[in-house]
Design a protein around this ligand. Structure first.
Ligand code: BGC
Length: 449
């Protein structure tokens, strides 16, 4: 029986790892554009506004697609929506790689945006519903690990193609993992919890048994799910009903704060900042960026091991404190006279590394994990799409305003401002985010009720 269970748990991890290719594409496609843009603007003769549009349209379509993805994930299932996202990734990659003009490129980026908006919520949702409580944090966070690997891969691929300026390859190459995701997903099981929401108990039981549950555990899960389902309907009205409202707002705030604490000012603009604020050479700036990507991956691996042991709250509080310290340090260092800053250019790099380490061990994986595990089954897709929409919309706002704010307020005040948002986030987490370690999805629901 024990070896049967071990085999089942191993299977869950393998399934989670394959589904997390969706995360790899999310990371790659958000990361690759910064390097590619240098050459696109020359080839397609784009002005500044057109360049901004190429970057922003992806984030905009990711936000717009989130509510649809949530609705459709409740209706057609998590697995089918991941397959649909993979299809969109493939179409988008081809549109971008074979763009004949600006509009075709924009269309490709919009399609990829819709794919990312869909995958960024349905993959964590799917993984959380197939995983047993004891390893759920780790399995769902595999998706975030793949996001960070995708971002690092994008930096490296950009670096590799930089001499020839082959931007079509930089953007088009993502069709390969997308095709793999599309093919593999066809063979993976449906979410047993989603099947239960359709009343398909027998099919759900079969899947629970395969995924490392003993027949007794399956029985308990199935009964708990049935009791919870009896009482509820699955409309949008139910999403904002008094009983679910606290969870919805906690999720939306956490998703927004994941962005307002400034992660993508670093991921999207680190080379620009290093070159302009501390006057690093282009090569040094790109190398520092690769370093940032590597720290992001390494610390996410650490988070994977700690998330089901230490729990979500300690990691969130610790990670966000590191981010606050780094940002306030950057704010103070930038307020120093120029001569001191020149000799302290390395402070900038160290602070960026501490900041990214803090994000990778806390808000990075746990914001998405929280969204995937706190909502009642009957409205889980719709509820998660609220947080996902809020995350992408705030990502869009930060990306669109950061350089302007930096120019207008200067680096010192800008970093202090983000540092203060981190402190606010720590207080918010302390007061409103419950610990979900080791609890089944049904126990978490009972907590909110
Ligand atoms: C965030 C992205 C960010 C990435 C960095 C994700 O959790 O949602 O906006 O770029 O982490 O690793």
């Amino acid at each position: 029986m024990k070896s049967q269970k071990k085999k089942g748990l191993r299977l869950v991890i393998v399934i989670a790892a394959f589904a997390a290719i969706g995360g790899l594409l999310f990371g790659y496609d958000t990361g690759a554009i910064s390097g590619a843009l240098l050459f696109i603007k020359r080839d397609l003769l784009l002005d500044d506004v057109q360049q901004e549009a190429v970057v922003a349209v992806l984030l905009l379509f990711a936000a717009i697609s989130a509510p649809f993805a949530g609705h459709l994930a409740d209706k057609f299932g998590r697995k089918r929506m991941i397959i649909a996202a993979a299809g969109l990734f493939i179409i988008g990659a081809f549109l971008m790689a074979f763009s004949v003009d600006y509009l075709m490129l924009l269309a490709g980026r919009a399609v990829v945006g819709a794919a990312i908006g869909t995958a960024s919520m349905t993959v964590p949702l799917y993984i959380s519903e197939i995983s047993p409580a004891s390893i759920r944090g780790m399995c769902v966070s595999l998706n975030q690990l793949m996001v960070t690997i995708g971002i690092l891969a994008a930096f490296l691929v950009d670096l590799g193609f930089v001499h020839g300026g082959q931007w079509r390859w930089m953007l088009g190459i993502s069709a390969i993992p997308a095709l793999l995701l599309f093919t593999v997903m066809i063979f993976l099981p449906k979410s047993p919890r989603w099947l239960m929401s359709l009343g398909k108990r027998k099919e759900a039981e079969g899947i629970f048994n395969k995924l490392g549950n003993t027949p007794e555990e399956t029985d308990v899960s199935v009964q708990r799910i049935e009791t919870q389902l009896e009482r509820k309907d699955s409309t949008w009205k139910q999403v904002f009903a008094p009983a679910t409202r606290p969870a919805i707002f906690a999720g939306i705030f956490l998703a927004v704060l994941q962005q307002l604490t400034g992660i993508n000012t670093i991921i999207y603009y680190a080379p620009t900042m290093l070159a302009t604020v501390v006057k690093e050479s282009d090569t040094a700036a790109i190398l520092s960026t690769v370093g940032i990507g590597a720290v992001n991956v390494t610390m996410t691996v650490l988070a994977l091991f700690l998330i089901d042991r230490w729990g979500r709250r300690p990691l969130l509080l610790f990670g966000t404190s590191l981010m606050a310290i780094a940002l306030i340090g950057l704010g103070i260092a930038n307020a120093m006279p120029d001569t001191v800053m020149d000799s302290l250019g390395w402070i900038f790099n160290i602070a960026l590394f501490i900041y990214i380490a803090g994000f990778a061990i806390g808000l990075g994986p746990i914001a998405w994990l929280f969204l995937a595990e706190v909502y009642p089954l009957e409205i889980r897709g719709k509820a998660m799409s609220c947080g996902s929409f809020a995350n992408w919309a705030s990502n869009f706002i930060v990306a669109m305003t950061f350089l302007t704010i930096l120019n207008y307020l200067g680096p010192s005040i800008t970093f202090l401002m983000y540092g203060i948002i981190c402190i606010f986030t720590i207080i918010f987490i302390y007061k409103y985010i419950p610990e979900t370690k080791g609890k089944s999805l049904e126990e978490i629901q009972a907590f909110w009720q």
